[in-house]
Ligand binder design. Structure first.
Ligand code: 5GP
Ligand code: ZN
Length: 114
């Protein structure tokens, strides 16, 4: 997608992105504006607007995203305690319309989240 910042990150067009993990279908990189000592974003390389825009044909990709999140948690050494969350839609706080999971860790997580 032409104007999508995460598509540009996925294709390597944006410099200074701190990539934690990548494979042919997914990638994880550090958030520009971290909300916890560890804050990574886990995305599919292919553009999907949000989780509710995913289709049956995306089943394998969504599974890979979960595994990428787990691998990223291990690489960032927060595998014992982290939160994985997606903001689906503007009302939930989604500001970038390319499916992404926030992986947050390194501090005590509050519940319920704000
Ligand atoms: P959302 O608000 O859509 O759930 O999350 C979008 C996230 O993307 C925010 O946490 C924001 O800090 C992050 N973000 C936006 N633009 C960039 C960017 O160009 N690079 C990186 N690394 N993170 C970004
Ligand atoms: Zn995109």
């Amino acid at each position: 997608m032409a104007d999508c910042i995460f598509c540009k990150i996925a294709s390597g067009e944006i410099p200074n992105v701190k990539i934690v993990y990548e494979d042919e279908a997914t990638m994880a990189f550090l958030d520009l504006n971290p909300q916890a000592p560890v804050h990574a974003l886990v995305i599919p390389r292919r553009h999907i607007d949000r989780l509710t825009a995913a289709e049956d044909g995306d089943t394998e990709l969504l599974g890979k995203l979960q595994l990428t999140a787990a691998k990223t948690a291990k690489l960032l050494k927060v595998e014992g305690a982290f939160r994985l969350v997606t903001n689906n839609g503007k009302g939930a706080g989604q500001s970038v319309d390319h499916l992404h999971y926030h992986l947050l860790g390194g501090r005590k997580m509050l519940w319920p989240p704000g």
